[in-house]
Design a binder for this molecule. Sequence first.
Ligand SMILES: [Zn+2]
Length: 166
Amino acid sequence: MGDLKNKVVITPTYPTVGQEFIKWVVVEPGLFKYPLGEGEKPALLGGRCTKCGKIFFPKRSLCPDCFDDSFAEGTIESIALDSRGIIYASTVARVPSPVGIKHPYAYGYVDIPTNKIRVFALFTGAEPESFISGQEVELVLEPVAVNKQGQQVITYKFRPILERRY
Ligand SMILES: [Zn+2]
């Protein structure tokens, strides 16, 4: 039995950068700033149409409002959205998510008044049932699952405001 134990070799299957294992990946590139620098606040990255001024999230190459299809360079510019919002609607999922999110969990829509935009998001930092319409929330970046390579998958969520702005 001792011989058998010595034959067990654990080989990491995840990729490496230099000597460091990559411990995280983002759920989708370009959705938010990551990694963050020292003291940098998390922000979703939206798009702003330079023709009509419409702001949308996620960023895409065609404005969903004016559908300007000239594909002119710089028609859609990147914009870091305000990290504060107000819950428009919330619901609780009581079944496992296909991507491995632990249940129950809350998700819904958040209005970001500064940017006049509504975004879809997961909620965190409180009991799933506690999120209600009209509640002030702020953006955080958190692991949502662990992938097959053992990496933390980072996504954006909103949590109750811990420090009120006013
Ligand atoms: Zn537009």
